[in-house]
Write a protein that binds this ligand. Structure first.
Ligand code: COA
Length: 250
């Protein structure tokens, strides 16, 4: 197990930090596995009352590790399914999730935010899902909740056209709550997480469930997307895009 994910629980807040800055916090299977375990703990243990997702100063995450994608593309094997464990946990989560974003949030770095309850971003943050350019399709249930959150046209712009959203764009699209300067983001996110952790937990759970609604359709969509996504990983379009990224600058 690597140190690429750091977790800790203080005052009822479980912090899950992406800690692989030299690779722009690109998420490996091992990291998805660790995040899934942390979220599972938060769902099943009363010592956690709120979760806080953080990246590093200047980078939230560059999304899925493209070397892992390439390995699936080249071997034809499904590879680790840890990403789906993580996505299922974030969709099924029973504790509120706050995210603090500073810098780029790419691919799953953006789609995971759609499952959070409160997102704080720095003014230099950017949000991008280049799925189609990589020969892939949207994941994490984003093809269903993206349009719900921001309407078809903006969801299409983000998820299919692959345009980059600024923090202001993301706020007006509805998946960022507040914008701060980069130095103030983590403190602001932690303040919200602590506030949630101090609330009566049963009333909070019931209220959150009412606001979020039933999540079964999102889980079903995530599975449908995953089938297509896994097929696309082995497509010529995807192989070409992964090779281009891995060989850039060479
Ligand atoms: N998977 C694997 N490695 C990645 C990565 C990813 N998604 N994103 C960045 N890295 C690695 C780079 O290969 C590089 O490693 P190296 O130093 O061993 O060569 C290191 O992280 C730094 O990245 P670099 O591209 O040099 O930094 P940058 O500041 O010029 O650009 C990004 C940062 C995030 C804009 C750029 O790396 C990028 O576009 N990454 C891919 C994003 C993506 O398409 N993700 C998949 C979404 S589905």
């Amino acid at each position: 197990m690597s140190n690429d994910i750091e977790t800790g629980i203080v005052d009822g807040v479980m912090t899950i930090r992406l800690n692989r800055a030299h690779k722009k916090n690109a998420i490996t299977s091992d990291m998805y596995g660790q995040m899934a375990k942390a979220l599972e703990h938060s769902r099943t243990h009363a010592d956690v009352r709120a979760c806080l997702l953080l990246g590093s100063p200047g980078i939230f995450t560059a999304g899925n590790d493209i070397a892992d994608f390439l390995a699936v593309a080249m071997t034809g094997q499904r590879g680790s399914m840890a990403v789906f464990d993580f996505l299922k946990e974030i969709i099924k989560s029973e504790k509120p999730i706050v995210a603090g974003v500073d810098g780029a949030a790419i691919g799953v770095g953006t789609t995971m935010l759609m499952h959070c309850d409160y997102v704080v971003a720095s003014d230099r943050s950017t949000f991008r899902t280049p799925f189609v350019d990589l020969g892939l399709v949207p994941e994490a249930g984003s093809s269903l909740i993206g349009p719900r959150i921001m309407g078809h046209h903006r969801a299409f712009e983000l998820l299919a056209l692959g345009e980059e959203f600024t923090a202001e764009d993301a706020k007006s699209a509805g998946f960022v709550n507040r914008i701060y300067s980069s130095g103030a983001v983590e403190e602001a996110a932690m303040t919200v997480a602590r506030k949630l952790a101090a609330k009566p937990p049963e009333a909070l759970l019931l209220s959150r469930n009412l606001v979020r609604g039933d999540r079964e359709d999102i889980l079903i969509r995530m599975e449908e997307e995953a089938e297509i996504f896994l097929g696309r990983l082995k497509s010529d379009e995807a192989k070409k895009a992964f090779m281009a990224f891995m060989n850039r600058g060479k």
